[in-house]
Design a protein around this ligand. Structure first.
Ligand code: V47
Length: 375
């Protein structure tokens, strides 16, 4: 700063919090200090949404200024056949059910081939299919790279990797290395749900535990495979479960620095098989984004996932801690099978409009946040 310039105090420094229980957190945020478990609980409990937003926005702007990111991407959900039973999941089907499907490799390759040149990322997630050979996955990756060597393949959640390790009787590290060699560039963050064992066991049968999910992510990061992370909220989890989940992600990130983005996933209840619960509210969705930004001080990006919270709330999320809107997202099935009322995709123009109206600068990125274009 030039010697004669006067430092202007930020909004956060100037105005006290409406909720006095947030005052000590404000002091920590201004000092750049790490927040505790109790701080996380206080943030979730507050009704001062605007105060919470101010705190989160302070951190968001310190990290990313006025930029908001998006990616031109597409989703491939190669199979919905799944050995696990998750009460919240309307996507999964058992073999033999009329709605069960598995895409052939040729169908997958045709889907990739029809993507415009501007598409930078293919996001691949499927059910835990107990009968596919491992070569289905390695051939899938190699084939996609043959068709589009320039496209980033973000494929297979930690839950799928753990399942492959059991099914094909190979250590996780070997599965990861083989998939990396075949073309897997990074991993999506799904399947984390909620780590707390008691809560997880009530809603999930037959898939990786929280510890196993974290261990796969750890091993991936050590092999140089970056990944995202998620938390499913708005079901039976408690506030303490949510804070515990965020802190476990933060601890792993201290160890590996391999997480790129955190995505809060709002429970989509409409077609969920055995969870009759209301949809999340705008208040809860914005809190999930803001608390994540404040607790996850070491994870660079927080996503406002318009597919699950709708473009209207996602846009406001850009002032509550989020710096990314995900992307154009064609062909998404997990949320839409659960009845998500959002559209199947947004155009670049629509994403840019949402971002500009929120007072941010739209920047198109690749999966690992290299800038493709400032719009
Ligand atoms: O793994 C399943 C969750 C995940 C429901 O990494 C549900 O960039 C809400 O992980 N309501 C898939 N959530 C989505 C996902 C994701 C999305 C966008 C970007 C990235 C990324 C990852 O959705 C599943 C599961 O955790 N899920 N059913 C439901 N009814």
């Amino acid at each position: 700063m030039n010697a004669s310039a006067v430092a202007v105090p930020s909004v956060l420094e100037t105005f006290p919090m409406n909720d006095p229980s947030l005052e000590s957190i404000r002091a920590k945020v201004l000092a750049g200090k790490r927040l505790s478990f109790d701080d996380g609980v206080a943030l979730y409990r507050t009704h001062d949404l605007l105060g919470l937003g101010r705190l989160a926005n302070h951190v968001r702007e310190a990290k990313h200024g006025d930029v908001a990111y998006f990616v031109c991407n597409t989703h491939i959900n190669h199979t919905n056949v799944c050995a696990a039973t998750c009460d919240f999941c309307a996507f999964a089907a058992k073999t033999g059910e009329p709605r069960a499907y598995t895409m052939s490799l040729d169908q997958i390759f045709a889907d990739v081939a029809k993507q415009p040149k501007a598409c930078r990322e293919v996001h691949i997630v499927g059910g835990l299919h107990p009968e596919l050979p491992f070569s289905y996955f390695t051939d899938m990756l190699k084939g996609i790279k043959r068709i589009r060597p320039d496209i980033h393949v973000k494929a297979f959640t930690a839950v799928e990797i753990f399942f492959f390790s059991k099914l094909y009787k190979k250590p996780v590290v070997e599965i990861l290395q083989t998939l990396k060699d075949a073309g897997m560039d990074s991993m999506p963050g799904g399947g984390a749900e909620i780590f707390n064992k008691e809560t997880r066991n009530k809603i999930i049968k037959g898939k990786a535990t929280g510890e196993q999910w974290l261990d796969v992510a750890r091993q991936a990061h050590k092999l140089g495979i970056p990944s995202n992370c998620t938390m499913l909220y708005g079901h039976i989890e408690t506030i303490e479960d949510r804070v515990d989940h965020l802190i476990r992600l933060r601890e792993l990130q201290d160890e590996t620095n391999g997480f790129v983005t955190f995505i809060p996933l709002a429970f989509q209840p409409w077609e969920a098989p055995s969870m009759k619960l209301p949809e999340t509210t705008g208040f809860e969705d914005l809190k999930a984004i803001a608390v994540a930004r404040l607790m996850l001080d070491n994870i660079p990006h927080i996503k406002s996932y318009w597919i699950m919270i709708g473009p209207r709330v996602a846009q406001i999320g850009l002032s509550f801690g989020a710096d990314d809107l995900d992307g154009t997202v064609t062909e998404e099935k997990v949320a839409h099978d659960a009845g998500a009322p959002t559209s199947q995709s947004l155009s670049v123009d629509e994403l840019c409009r949402l971002i500009r109206e929120a007072g941010r600068r739209p920047v198109e990125r690749d999966t690992v946040f290299n800038t493709i274009k400032e719009w």
